[in-house]
Design a protein around this ligand. Structure first.
Ligand SMILES: [Ca+2]
Length: 228
């Protein structure tokens, strides 16, 4: 192996020595990554109104506070097709940030998440929920969730939002968010009594009449990341 390397060096030097003007081809550049951490303002606005989602629209409609994390590919708060963790189940059924916060802190301890962020809840749709998240080159993905309330186990949010594009941090990113069913409760209406699901079902995009109207998914929220 060492002999072969030496031979290649000699050949390469020989090639240069023959008067090649262009020199050896440059090695392909490594995939670029942002060099430094970045901070983003996270904003969630509701688009879930009696006008847009008239079927059984409940009194007392509100969002629980958001809770989220920046992380790498080894951690996520939720995934369609995966059973909910106890943390996601409690968030989706009761709006509670615990034990999801403990799950995120465990991911931080394991090096798979960078930070937890959260906010208070939202009742007036003219307002927004706001938090700050920090990302770094090793944790450029962000998840965030909040309960759609009242509901059996419905939530909204986003998973694996990558704030890095083409080797740089994006200045701004906007997503429209559908409602999801965590798979932790069998209730079928906003105010259905608790019907705990055991074993848990996989999380799905909510496909019921509350959120799919004339075959079209009606988003319930807008999520905006603005780089600070
Ligand atoms: Ca449950």
């Amino acid at each position: 192996m060492r002999a072969l390397s030496a031979t290649l060096v000699v050949l390469s030097l020989t090639a240069c020595g023959k008067g090649s003007k262009s020199g050896p081809p440059a090695a392909p550049p490594a995939a670029p990554t942002p060099a430094a951490p970045a901070e983003y303002t996270v904003i969630i606005k509701s688009t879930w109104t009696k006008t847009t989602h008239p079927f059984e629209y409940p009194s007392g409609a509100h969002f629980s506070g958001m809770i989220g994390a920046s992380h790498n590919a080894k951690y996520s708060i939720f995934a369609v097709g995966r059973r909910p963790t106890p943390g996601l189940e409690h968030l989706s059924e009761e709006g509670k940030h615990s034990p999801l916060d403990t799950e995120i802190r465990t991911a931080i301890d394991q090096g798979n998440a960078l930070m937890l962020f959260e906010s208070g809840g939202l009742k007036n749709w003219k307002d927004s929920m706001v938090a700050t998240v920090r990302v770094d080159p090793a944790h450029s993905l962000v998840d965030v969730v909040n309960m759609v309330a009242p509901s059996p186990d419905w939530f909204t949010g986003a998973t694996n939002v990558n704030l890095e594009e083409n080797g740089a941090w994006v200045a701004r990113k906007t997503l429209t968010l559908p409602a999801y069913d965590s798979g932790g409760d069998d209730g079928k209406t906003y105010k259905a009594p608790d019907r705990d699901t055991n074993p848990k079902k996989p999380t799905t995009r909510a496909a019921n009449r509350h959120f799919v109207i004339h075959g079209r998914v009606k988003p319930v929220a807008i999520l905006i990341f603005v780089r600070k």
